[in-house]
Write a protein that binds this ligand. Sequence first.
Ligand code: NAP
Length: 308
Amino acid sequence: MTQALPTTLQCPRVATREGGLELSRIVAGMWRMTEWGMSVEQRVAFIEQCVAMGVTSFDHADIYGGYGVEGLFGEALRARPSLRDRIELVSKCGIKLLSAKRPAHTIQHYDTTGEHIVASAEESLRQLHTDRLNLLLIHRPDPLMDFDEIAEAFTRLKQAGKVLHFGVSNFSRHQFECLNRRIPLATNQIEFSPLHTAPMFDETFDGLQDLGVAPMIWSPLGGGRLFNANDTNAENLRLVIKEIADRLHQPFASVVFAWIMQLPSRPIPLTGSGRIEAIGVAVTGASFTLDRQDWFRILRAARGHEVA
Ligand code: NAP
């Protein structure tokens, strides 16, 4: 049953870097959209409800849903064209999947050649039924990537007005800085949650904070495992988060989103749900902060040991 959302719930906005692209503080991830089984009208309604809450940024990739999600979203934009100017569209390229839709692929691989980046972005525009992407990311670091060639392809797309900003995903600090020296990047979209804390300790967040670039965060709820993983560590972590959530009278997942957004690099979490109330719970996480001791209680439970 759909729960009524508080009408006052309003998501703030954030610049990914000074003077750069602005996104909503919570971004709606579309990876799982094919699983939601929504009609075109339901997709339009979902996007409109997100926008009404201030969640105006939508995360895609060419490959989501076996090259199908962008087309589903594009159908909604075709049905309600006035939505386009009220939202920011993010997409990604650089992975080639084995798919009946791509018969030329004989092995799953990466392709970050200039030719593929431009062709993939142009196909995303067609699928999404739009003339521009607000942000295009290289999906994964590619052992064969040539930083100069990627920067040159990004520049061509920008000059053509087809893509307004660029970034990467799953890049190390060093890989990010190599490309960012050639063309200013808006973000590095990485995995982070209480079940995956590596970016706090492998210089990813420190490096981005130093450059004033906000990371985007995928699987902030561990892809749902935060609710159902049954190893001892995850169970203890769940109890600690629940105790804090109950004490603060906040939903469990809001505490997790607040914990993530409190990092000084200004992480921008992506949601993964097609339930509008789950998007509301994420937005609620932007409305309060944890005190330092509660923040460290979650870190201690996440890592299973004391910080000192
Ligand atoms: P997530 O929020 O960690 O996980 C979403 C899952 O958690 C959904 O299955 C959802 O189920 C479940 N969930 C949410 N709230 C719940 C609750 N209160 N109780 C129980 N289950 C709950 O995010 P994600 O989907 O893994 O990733 C988010 C986005 O990141 C994706 O959509 C995609 O845009 C992006 N992404 C990027 C990369 C990359 O390499 N750049 C990789 C993966 C994902 P319900 O649907 O039932 O709510």
